[in-house]
Design a protein around this ligand. Structure first.
Ligand code: RB5
Length: 149
């Protein structure tokens, strides 16, 4: 298993069940979970939940983040507006490993209306189990950071 980390989790209403499954899964793997909700099935607005998780991560409250909405797209777009956040949407395990290895992504986003729970948990394992390779990829990540101003 990968080194124990603290993972911040959030979602909108469309992904509460999958987020809770992710929380149970990563806790069982020995990671600490900071689940910032929401837990009500009422319709809510994904940007505020993406922002909340991204700010918690950017402020050092966690090592990595996992966020979810119906497609994974909207909450990813919101999270990526927070300085220091590099979040990718993944629906396959190869991409989940590569956004860590090459892009040093610190957040993973998934779509609860796109993938099932079994694949989602494998994607989480690929994300958490892969480290950034650095080297030439570090130069490129620095170029991304330079765009933040
Ligand atoms: C909510 O209906 C839906 O729009 C949201 O979960 C997400 O898919 C947006 O990107």
């Amino acid at each position: 298993m990968s080194d124990p980390k603290t993972i911040v989790l959030s979602s909108d209403h469309a992904a509460i069940d999958l987020r809770q499954a992710v929380a149970r899964h990563i806790e069982a793997k020995g990671h600490a979970v900071r689940d910032i909700g929401p837990n009500s099935p009422e319709s809510t607005h994904y940007p505020k939940h993406g922002e909340a998780a991204a700010r918690a991560l950017a402020e050092g409250e966690a090592d990595l983040g996992i966020i979810l909405c119906g497609t994974g797209q909207g909450i990813m777009m919101a999270a990526n507006k927070v300085k220091g956040i590099r979040c990718g949407v993944c629906s396959d395990t190869f991409s989940a490993a590569m956004i860590r290895a090459h892009n040093n992504a610190n957040m993973l986003s998934m779509g609860a209306r796109v993938i099932g729970e079994g694949l989602a948990l494998e994607i989480v394992d690929a994300f958490l189990g892969t480290e950034f390779e650095g080297g030439r990829h570090g130069t490129r990540v620095e170029m991304i950071e330079a765009l933040e101003g």
